[in-house]
Design a protein. Structure first.
Length: 252
């Protein structure tokens, strides 16, 4: 069953590539055939086989010969691995759907924010809807989700407001505030608190690594924060209990 989950992930990953490209461009993800971004030639089914088409075409468009980014098969493979991990981490079909949906939305949100420095309202709407459905299906506690929403939104709104006062402009995206609110509904109070805190450590570590490898970053440089939140949420969804136990063992 694990390999079936992986294969489904590859297929969904191919669709996510479309979502990541079309949503910021304000294009429909339900209408219109896939086309080459260079020559606009409509792609045939044989051009859209996840990963394999990219390999057999040698990363080139069949029709115009333009280079196809490695990012497309990477996103497909990552989604396949996420689906496999969701299967391996779940005890029921509902848990699998919960994790696969959460991690898929984190991937899409992170990539759109990385590319365009925006948090998509459409993606957040899907986040919220899935979170609400999961409360009913998995019989998750409603109160902890409400607290999660309140903390996630409130904590990041405070940061947004203070940063705006200090820098005299919007220095922290309001989309990140909305993202944390949606995650609160999805993850509950404890995991939302952990994600809120861990996201800043993730950002610090990645920025330090970027500096080590020569990437210029500064306090006043505009950077997308959504990917850091998404990485933190992914880690917390997998290792939330371990993170809490580590903290208690170290400091209590």
């Amino acid at each position: 069953m694990g390999i079936i989950a992986f294969l489904y992930g590859l297929i969904f990953g191919s669709f996510y590539n479309v979502v990541i490209y079309r949503i910021p461009a304000d294009k429909s993800i339900a209408k219109g055939r896939s086309m080459c971004g260079s020559c606009n030639h409509t792609l045939a089914a044989k051009d859209l086989v996840p990963v394999l088409s990219w390999i057999f075409l040698k990363a080139r468009c069949r029709y115009c010969g333009s280079k196809i980014s490695m990012r497309y098969p990477i996103i497909e493979l990552v989604t396949g691995l996420l689906f496999y991990l969701a299967y391996a981490s779940s005890g029921s079909i509902w848990e699998f759907l919960f994790y696969a949906s959460l991690w898929s939305m984190l991937l899409i949100t992170a990539m759109i924010d990385y590319d365009e420095m925006i948090i998509s309202d459409a993606v957040l709407l899907v986040f919220t809807a899935i979170g609400l459905v999961s409360i009913l299906v998995m019989k998750a506690g409603l109160l902890t989700r409400v607290y999660g929403l309140a903390f996630g939104f409130g904590f990041y709104f405070a940061i947004y407001y203070v940063a705006k006062l200090i820098y005299k402009k919007e220095a922290f995206g309001f989309g990140d505030v909305m993202l944390m609110g949606a995650l609160g509904i999805f993850m509950g109070f404890r995991d939302t608190v952990l994600t809120s805190i861990l996201s800043f450590y993730v950002a610090l570590i990645i920025i330090v690594i970027m500096k080590i490898f020569g990437k210029k970053t500064g306090l006043r440089q505009e950077i997308p924060f959504g990917p850091y939140i998404c990485i933190a949420a992914f880690l917390v969804s997998l290792y939330g209990d371990e993170i809490v136990n580590l903290y208690l063992n170290l400091f209590m």
